[in-house]
Ligand binder design. Structure first.
Ligand SMILES: NC(=O)c1ccc[n+]([C@@H]2O[C@H](COP(=O)([O-])OP(=O)(O)OC[C@H]3O[C@@H](n4cnc5c(N)ncnc54)[C@H](OP(=O)(O)O)[C@@H]3O)[C@@H](O)[C@H]2O)c1
Length: 286
């Protein structure tokens, strides 16, 4: 079914989103602060709105993909939001998502917050995922249209949920990157070919270890951190050994040190018998 859809923001991601909606046969209206960025999309059949308010007026579904939450709030200023669904795919903190949801609903609109788990080149390909939270009615109404951009997944009525899960996924990615960087620095110090190490050894190992994570997640949910794999004392000693080896190889263990610190802290509480899942308890703020 062809829908009228407006896209606010034609940066790298907004352009990819607008293109995918056009390709799926929707009537797309676009607005960008720098108007010339709309030219290629207009050539493909998009209508260009002169102002954000005109873009919002053109379609019931409005997708915002801007720099940050502040630019979203500023862009929506003065637009008539009554009867509109604002799907904000701008990366936001959970608190910001709640603020924008409140602003939209106070002005008579409906709101979805989104978290894009893709780069622009992945949009409209099978690997792309966009997480949504907020109005279930709006999601159900537009699920099919949204699926032109990426596989959509609804994560709950709290508008903060999709942005929070987005940040959690990024956190997992940065953690993995931290491990990769340290491992690469260590391997480089010994002159072993990094490409062989990465594709032949590290990636299969990380995949095998990642397969353990659902079992650890169950332990975190149950609060039972007993282990028949390896306890915290073994891990504390193992990470201390790693840090020592790094120094001996002339490599800085900077990204490993926080892991060492948290292991030491947990063991010092008398919980050396627990497994690694117990470390999650150390991450709760006072
Ligand atoms: N690129 C990715 O791989 C990726 C992946 C996931 C999520 N995202 C998220 O998608 C959003 C957009 O990213 P992007 O890669 O498209 O960034 P980008 O290429 O830098 O585009 C930024 C967009 O925001 C607009 N903008 C900036 N400040 C503005 C303001 N004060 N008022 C109105 N418009 C303003 C820019 O307009 P001008 O053209 O006039 O400068 C442009 O349209 C971000 O929240 C990003 O985190 C991006």
């Amino acid at each position: 079914m062809s829908e009228n859809i407006s896209v606010l923001g034609l940066g790298l991601m907004g352009t990819a989103l607008a293109k995918s909606l056009l390709a799926a046969g929707h009537q797309v209206t676009v607005w960008n602060r720098t108007p010339a960025k709309a030219d290629p999309l207009v050539a493909e059949g998009a209508k260009q709105a002169a102002t954000p308010a005109a873009a919002v007026a053109a379609s019931e579904l409005v997708i915002a993909c801007l720099l940050d939450s502040r630019s979203v709030t500023a862009t929506l200023e003065g637009a008539e939001l009554r009867g509109r669904v604002i799907a904000n795919l701008t990366t936001s903190r959970p608190v910001e998502a709640r603020e924008i949801a409140a602003l939209v609903t106070e002005r008579g609109g409906d709101h979805l917050a989104g978290g894009i788990m893709a780069i622009p080149q992945m949009i409209a390909t099978p690997g792309a995922l966009i997480l949504y939270s907020g109005s279930k009615a709006a999601y159900d109404r537009y699920e099919q249209a949204l699926s032109a951009m990426a596989r959509p997944q609804y994560t709950g009525a709290d508008p903060a949920m999709a942005p929070l899960l987005d940040l959690a996924m990024l956190t997992g990615m940065y953690g993995q990157m931290a491990g990769f960087l340290e491992a690469a620095a260590l391997v480089r110090s010994a002159g072993y070919p990094l490409r062989d190490f990465t594709s032949g050894l590290l990636v299969p190992w990380l995949n095998a270890m990642a397969a353990q994570q659902p079992a650890w997640a169950e332990k975190m949910e149950s609060g039972d951190h007993g282990t028949d794999v390896s306890n915290l004392e073994i891990n504390r000693s193992g990470v201390a050994n790693l840090v020592r080896a790094f120094h001996e190889q002339g490599v800085r263990p900077d990204l490993l040190l926080p892991m060492q610190e948290i292991l030491e802290r947990r063991v010092a509480r008398g919980l050396a018998h627990e497994g690694l899942s117990g470390l999650v308890e150390e991450l709760v703020s006072d």
